[in-house]
Design a protein around this ligand. Structure first.
Ligand SMILES: O=C(O)CCC(=O)C(=O)O
Ligand SMILES: [Mn+2]
Length: 200
C-alpha cells in the first residue's frame, strides 16, 4: 500500500464471462453534491450528433471527452480537452482504488429521466481487447443495465452518487450495458468513465 492510499477496496460482483467490481463510496475530499455541482458548472457540455446505420441522431444526453488522444465513437470523433484539476483529482482517487491508470475520461450528463444511453459495449479497438473501464457516478440514482450478448441474461445495478463500478476482463466482448429512460428520476446525474486509450 502506498503512502497516499485511501485503503478503500472494491467488492467483486460475480458475473459470467467478465469481471465486475463495485465500491459504494469513492473516498474524496468533497461531498458528492459538491462534485456534481462543479462537474455540471465547469464542463463544456456538448449535445453530440451520432450516425447510426447512416442516420444522424442527437444523443439524449450531454457529453464531454477529456484525455490525451481523440476518441472515435459511433461515427464521430470527439476532440479531447486536457484534464482539469477536478478531473485529475477524481482520476487519482479512481487509480488508487482500482490499481490501474487511465489517460482519458468520457463524461455523460443525464439532465433528467428522459436522458439515456442505448445498450452498447465499450469495444473500440483503441481500448484493447480487455479494457478496464472505471465508472464513477454522481447525482440521481439510475439503473445500469447489463445484458449478456448470447445468453441474454440481464442484470440491473442501481448506481447512485459516489458509486464506483469497474468493468474489466472480457466484459466488453460478452456484455452490453446502458441506461434506460425513466419517468421516475428527474434529478440530474453525471457519470464519468475512466479509460485507457492504447497508443496506436
Ligand atoms: O452512465 C453510465 O452509467 C454509463 C456510461 C457508459 O456506458 C459510457 O460512457 O460508455
Ligand atoms: Mn459504456
Amino acid at each position: 500500500m502506498d503512502l497516499f492510499s485511501s485503503g478503500a477496496s472494491l467488492t467483486p460482483l460475480p458475473i459470467d464471462d467478465g469481471e465486475l467490481a463495485w465500491l459504494a463510496q469513492l473516498p474524496l475530499p468533497w461531498t458528492n453534491a459538491d462534485v456534481l455541482a462543479r462537474l455540471i458548472a465547469e464542463t463544456p457540455w456538448r449535445e453530440e450528433t451520432v450516425v447510426v446505420y447512416g442516420k444522424r441522431h442527437l444523443q439524449p444526453r450531454l457529453s464531454a471527452w477529456y484525455g490525451d488522444a481523440a476518441y472515435r465513437y459511433s461515427g464521430l470523433t470527439l476532440a479531447p480537452a486536457p484534464f482539469t484539476p477536478l478531473l485529475q483529482a477524481l482520476r487519482a482517487a479512481v487509480e488508487d482504488v482500482t490499481g490501474h491508470d487511465y489517460n482519458s475520461v468520457l463524461l455523460n450528463y443525464y439532465r433528467n429521466g428522459c436522458d439515456s444511453m442505448g445498450m452498447h459495449s465499450d469495444d473500440e479497438p483503441e481500448l484493447g481487447p480487455a479494457p478496464v473501464i472505471a465508472s464513477l457516478s454522481f447525482g440521481a440514482e439510475r439503473v445500469f443495465i447489463l445484458r449478456h450478448k448470447r445468453s441474454k441474461q440481464t442484470i440491473r445495478l442501481p448506481l447512485s452518487g459516489g458509486n464506483l463500478l469497474v468493468m474489466s476482463g472480457f466484459m466488453q466482448q460478452n456484455w452490453l450495458h446502458g441506461i434506460n429512460k425513466t419517468t421516475k428520476s428527474l434529478e440530474p446525474r453525471v457519470n464519468l468513465t475512466f479509460r485507457k486509450i492504447l497508443s496506436t
